[in-house]
Write a protein that binds this ligand. Sequence first.
Ligand SMILES: Cc1cc2nc3c(=O)[nH]c(=O)nc-3n(C[C@H](O)[C@H](O)[C@H](O)COP(=O)(O)OP(=O)(O)OC[C@H]3O[C@@H](n4cnc5c(N)ncnc54)[C@H](O)[C@@H]3O)c2cc1C
Length: 300
Amino acid sequence: MEKTRLELIAKMPRIKFKFEEELKGYSFTKTGGVADVIAFPKTIIEVYEIVNYCRLENIEYTVLGNASNLIISDKGLRGITIILTDMNDVRIFDDRIVAAAGAELIHTCYQALSENLTGLEFASGIPGTVGGAVFMNAGAYNGQIADAVESVEVVLPDGELKTFNAEEAKFGYRDSIFQHIGAIILNVTFKLKKGDRREIETQMRELTDARIEKQPLEFPSCGSVFKRPEGYFAGKLIQDAGLQGYTVGGAKVSEKHAGFIVNIGGATAEDYKAVIKHVQETVLAKEGVALETEVKILGE
Ligand SMILES: Cc1cc2nc3c(=O)[nH]c(=O)nc-3n(C[C@H](O)[C@H](O)[C@H](O)COP(=O)(O)OP(=O)(O)OC[C@H]3O[C@@H](n4cnc5c(N)ncnc54)[C@H](O)[C@@H]3O)c2cc1C
């Protein structure tokens, strides 16, 4: 990026910036080359300042939460990479939770438990941020984030601040309107219900145990790589196609859960992409089903 460090620091002095930093240190797959600039806003105003600056200076930007659903290019990201994890306030008002986009979803679920609020138990093992979960309409064990969302506050690429209700968010399977309008999610209000603390806690524990038993959590990964095709399970198709253990470089189709591609050491984004392509081609040839990625692939 042409802009000098000094200019960014001078124009937005309160915002923490890092320059020429490898993104693999931030991503769950441990892939990702060098970002020109990373910004860590702590408030809505700071996000707004960055978006406005980028618009006026014609600089591209990319938003990351916990980077738990991403494969970031080995060539890194141009422009400003906005990482929202320093914006992580969670507040409870009776049966509502207002969480900043960068708050850990898991932390938010435990905050709900602390107030005997039910409705987020299904999400208590999803390692993303609240913003990333709403963007993706993350889901598990018959639950999806859409069911708990009341409203979502965003900033649009033209700098407009806007609030969407759940209907306007147009949630679909691992989809939301925010994926199609370039919105940055800033705050999310969840509407939950008072419940029985012991029941909420038991369900959260059981789901966590199920994850530990079924998922290869001992390796870096981005969770399930593929969306569930209508009428099938991606993991089962991959298993039936004999692809478990298939490896390119450091990226391997997990033997514990075929839907996961794990980094067994030194995997690059290119390794991941090669495994994904091979899995898609093989499943299509052997099982006749086209697998679509759930994971987002960012950068060149
Ligand atoms: C071990 C493991 C288990 C997982 N289990 C599940 C599961 O059960 N169910 C499930 O659905 N997912 C699961 N995931 C995937 C992932 O945790 C979710 O998709 C999560 O919601 C992503 O949140 P994030 O903050 O990490 O988003 P990121 O990975 O940082 O970003 C994902 C996308 O969202 C965008 N984004 C992030 N934050 C914002 C924001 N504030 N505003 C606008 N855009 C934003 C990014 O640009 C990117 O396109 C799992 C991942 C792992 C590693």
